[in-house]
Ligand binder design. Structure first.
Ligand code: SF4
Ligand code: SF4
Length: 95
């Protein structure tokens, strides 16, 4: 059995390489998935500001909601909670 490293073996002041979170797709942690309801959306982008994982994609051409980045969305539901028009619903993840 492989021996695990303990905290005593960590290097003091160790710094991880920057930008590494992009390498790890964390969307498979999700148990609920946000679903956009375009008819209700007013494109205020409060969801985009609120998402802690930068998982909401905005159309750069027109500054409107485009989609969710399900590779990184962890399903926290903050976007749905903050949306003033209830234009995001959290659904059970099926995959
Ligand atoms: S917060 Fe709601 S209404 Fe505003 S852009 Fe996002 S989905 Fe649309
Ligand atoms: S559910 Fe959470 S992680 Fe996913 S898009 Fe909404 S705020 Fe971002």
């Amino acid at each position: 059995m492989e021996k695990k490293m303990t905290w005593k073996e960590l290097i003091v002041g160790d710094i991880l390489e920057g930008g590494t979170s992009l390498k790890f797709k964390t969307g498979n942690w999700r148990s609920k998935r946000p679903v956009h309801i375009p008819e209700k959306c007013i494109n205020c982008l409060i969801c985009w500001i609120s998402c802690p994982d930068d998982a909401i994609i905005v159309d750069k051409e027109n500054g409107k909601f485009l989609s969710f980045n399900y590779d990184y969305c962890k399903g926290c539901g903050i976007c749905a909670y903050e949306c003033p028009k209830k234009a995001i619903e959290m659904k059970e993840e099926t995959v």
